[in-house]
Every structure is written in C-alpha cells, then in structure tokens.
Design a protein around this ligand. Structure first.
Ligand code: ADP
Length: 483
C-alpha cells in the first residue's frame, strides 16, 4: 500500500484499496516481481446486483441531460485523465508490466476515446425519411439502450474500458465494467477521475471480482442489462454471446486474432522492418492485433530477415518501470510456459530458432524476443494466437497464393502488408478477409476509425462513428393523418 502514497494523487486508489474487514477481497500482483501490490474488493453476485439496480435508477436522469452537458462532463473526465497521466502510467506498469512509456501511450490512447465520444455524442442524428403516402411523416430518432455492461481484458487496462465506457456514457447509457482480475487498479483509478469530473457514481461503476464466470453469467442473465460488450478470447466471447441470447441483449465482441504481416518484394524494406517490430513487440506481443505470422517474399527474404534480427536483438528486456525497457514481463507463469511450448513445437515442425526462444535469464518473468525463420505456412505456430514476443517468418513466392494463406484462418481481426505497387495494394486490401488492414503501417489503432473483426474475431466496431451506434437503438416514428 505504501507505493500508493507515493503517487501524485494517492486518492486515485486509496479508497478502492482500503478494504473494510467485512468485505471479501483478492490480491493484485506485479507480474515482474510476482509481489502483491494491494487488495481490491472481491464483490459478490448479490453486491453487483445492487450495482446494476443503482445503475438502472441513475440512467434515465443521465439520458435526460442534453448531449452538450454529457459532452462537458466527458471532456472534464478527459482533462483529468491527461492530467493524471504519470500516476496512471505508473499504476498500469505495476499491475500489467508493460514499459512505462507504453503505459503513458495507453493513457493518451485511452483518453482519446473519451474526447472523441464526447464529440460524437452530439451527433447521434436521426433521419427524416420521405413517406410512401401523403399524410404521413417518417422520422427516426436514436435512444440509449439503457444499462450497458462490459468485461475487459488485462492487456490494455485503460483503453479497453474507455473505448466502451465513453460511447456508452455519451449515448446516455449507464455503464458497468468488470475489469480483468489481474488489472483492476487502472480501471478503478480512471473511474475515480470520472467521479471527480461529475459523472455520477451509480451511473458508471467498476465492479471487481475474481470470479469472471459468475459475473459473465450475471451480466448476461440480468433483465436490466441491455447490452454486453466484451474484449477477450473467442472461446469466452462465444459463451457470452450464447448466454446473452436469453435476454436478447445487444452484443459487441472484440475477440482473438491471427494477424498476417506480408512483405512483398517491392516494399520499402526499412519501413517494413520498422513496422514489423512495432507491430510485433508492443506490449511484449500481448495484443490481439499484433503481427502473429510474417510472410516475406523470396526475393527479399534474406535481406529482411537479417535487418529484422539485427534490430530485434537490440530490444531491451526487463522491469517495465525502469527507463529504456522495450519488453516487460508476460502476464503470468502460464503465459511463459505457453510461449516456451509454442517455440518448441514450432522447432519440432522444422522452424529454425534464430534468436531467443526461452525465458530471459536475467529477468525470469520476461520472455526473450524470439525470431523463428523458415517457418512453413502449416507450422502450428502460424495458426495459434501467440500472445508473446515471438516472430515466426515464412517465405512465399506466389503473390496470389499469399492471399489464400492470409485468409486461411478462422480469425479476421487485423492484417498488414507492405508494398509500393498501387494495383497490388488495392487488390490485396480488398481480398483480405479482415476487419482492419494496415498498408505500409504497423500501428493502426486510433479513436477515429472503426476497430473490430470479422469471422471468429468478433462482432461490432469500437471507435469511429460506428462505436456509439453500439449503445443506441434506432426508433422509427410514423406520423399519420397529417394534412
Ligand atoms: P485472456 O485472459 O486470454 O485475455 P479471456 O477471454 O480468458 O482472455 O479473458 C478476457 C476477460 O474475460 C477477462 O476479464 C476474464 O477474466 C474474463 N473471462 C474469462 N472467462 C470468462 C467467462 N467464462 N465469462 C465471463 N468472463 C470471463
């Protein structure tokens, strides 16, 4: 708890981490040191039912406020998040492990959704539709769905909440989030800032519990919850969607990915290497849009691999809270074991291990930056979602076949390719069965564009003008008997 007092604003967490002795709690750990940071409330299903009732009571009042007033509160929240950037980054690195500069980047990225949706909330336009008969007028209006709930993952502890909470609140909904049990502190801290900005406590709630399954069941079976938004694995997303059918809840699912990263032989090689490293190693490879498998054209394969390995070897591994660290710890032991297992299996299937391949000797909670070459397209590592700093590289020759290889997966979240041929760019971009395509760009996330996947990567979009639609219903008004 002492570290909380060293924050510029300890009040971000003091209340949430001062658990009264009658309240069940669970500990939150630093994944780099494996030491406990503090405890948070382990709320029961009954307690969360009370939270849902309070949210339902608060929602109509909030929906009655003008869009401008809601936008002002959201803008005040945005300002407070930015002002607290250093504290929030510190909290995030402690509980999640990512390097401090990446945490600071996530605070800004997370805040950018609050600003974006503060504005978008003012533009939830309906339509006037030409009527088929005289004497009628047809109009549509947009209304908030009511109470929305979210279940979020540990890899982006702030951004995965703000990109759901901000559109929900801007639309006039109440919002309840259950953050991943590994990373509740960032979520609690940003909720505290929302309250300081005048967003009512019962309207926006962060409920902490280490029983994900029970909370998933509660959210999807509760008649007051009209919308469920989930980011996480495809398997859990499928379960939640099936459960949500019972109450006919609206669902948004942002699920697993298996992003291909293709380098054609006309690509700018230096730009491709730079993009590949940013895309693969951010957050130690623990993002759903990370490049999962690299395909490099035979004509430039050797040159790309050499440059890539030289630059990957320069990445610094260690404690994310220290300066100049590029790759922090993986989230837990299971993630480390799974990474090791994936490399071993890939090698058994013919891949050549060129760099890394195991836990880092000096930093045992970190996995070494790993490069595998001569990986066949059908090697198991090309089909699994890796979630670790491992880059498998495959050669290709045929520019038509490569599109089939890219699409040869149940996933369809992000994809990337590098080329300078405009005809090829257009053809490949259209043919890729993915929700998002980075063209000569390895970092594609921002608040202005619709983020989301096709196939088993999910349903719905977050960000852009689409993101707020997920929290709105369209109502059609038919005025008859008009003169
Ligand atoms: P990962 O942990 O690999 O990101 P998960 O889908 O397991 O992916 O977890 C994403 C979020 O879903 C986390 O907050 C986790 O606690 C939660 N979760 C896991 N299993 C369930 C479940 N059966 N029902 C509801 N939420 C779940």
């Amino acid at each position: 708890m002492n570290w909380i007092k060293t924050l510029n604003s300890p009040d971000l967490l003091l209340d949430a981490c001062s658990i009264n002795k009658d309240q069940a709690s669970y500990q939150v750990f630093n994944p780099y040191t494996n030491k406990a940071l503090c405890s948070v409330a382990n709320l029961s299903v009954e307690q969360i039912k009370h939270s849902i009732s309070a949210a339902q009571t608060a929602q109509p009042e909030w929906a009655k406020k003008s869009a401008t007033e809601r936008a002002e509160r959201l803008m005040s929240w945005f300002d407070k998040v930015i002002a607290a950037k250093d504290d929030l980054a510190k909290i995030m690195t402690l509980e999640q492990g990512k390097p401090l500069q990446e945490s600071a980047g996530e605070v800004e990225y997370g805040a950018s959704f609050i600003k974006w949706f503060a504005e978008e909330g003012k533009r939830t336009y309906g339509k006037h539709i030409p009527a088929p008969k005289n004497g009628q007028q047809i109009v549509t209006i947009k209304q908030p769905v009511g109470v929305a709930a979210a279940i979020t993952p540990w890899n982006f502890p702030i951004a995965m909440i703000t990109r759901k909470a901000a559109p929900a609140l801007a639309a006039g909904c109440a919002f309840i989030a259950r953050p991943a049990s590994q990373t509740p502190l960032s979520a609690l801290a940003i909720a505290e800032l929302a309250y300081q900005a005048g967003i009512p406590k019962s309207l926006f709630q962060v409920v902490t519990s280490d029983d994900a399954k029970a909370i998933g069941k509660l959210f999807t079976s509760h008649p007051s919850i009209k919308k469920i938004s989930f980011t996480g694995s495809t398997q859990v997303g499928q379960q939640l969607m099936a459960q949500a059918a019972e109450q006919m809840q609206k669902v948004s699912l942002e699920l697993g990915g298996n992003a291909p990263f293709v380098v054609f032989d006309d690509a700018d090689l230096d730009a491709a290497v730079k993009g590949a490293i940013a895309c693969k190693f951010r957050n130690a490879g623990q993002t759903c849009i990370c490049a999962n498998r690299f395909y490099v054209h035979d004509n430039i394969y050797e040159a790309f691999v050499q440059k890539f390995i030289d630059q990957v070897a320069e990445l610094t591994i260690g404690d994310g809270s220290q300066e100049k660290v590029d790759i922090g710890p993986l989230i837990n032991e299971q993630a480390l074991d799974a990474a090791e297992e994936k490399v071993n299996t890939a090698v058994k299937h013919g891949a050549k291990l060129k760099l890394g391949g195991q836990r880092d000797t000096d930093h045992p909670q970190c996995f070494a930056a790993t490069v595998l070459t001569e990986v066949a397209h059908d090697n198991p590592i090309m089909t699994d979602e890796i979630f670790a700093p491992i880059a498998p590289i495959c050669r290709f020759n045929d520019p038509d076949e490569i599109i089939d290889w890219c699409n040869d997966t149940q996933y369809g979240l992000a994809s990337y390719f590098y080329s300078r041929d405009i005809n090829k760019i257009w053809k490949v971009a259209q043919a890729l069965e993915y929700g998002m395509v980075g063209i000569n760009e390895g970092l594609i996330s921002n608040p202005v564009a619709p983020f989301g996947g096709v196939k088993h990567s999910g349903i719905g979009r977050e960000g852009g003008s689409e993101g707020i639609e997920e929290y709105l219903e369209t109502k059609y008004l038919c005025f008859g008997g008009l003169g």
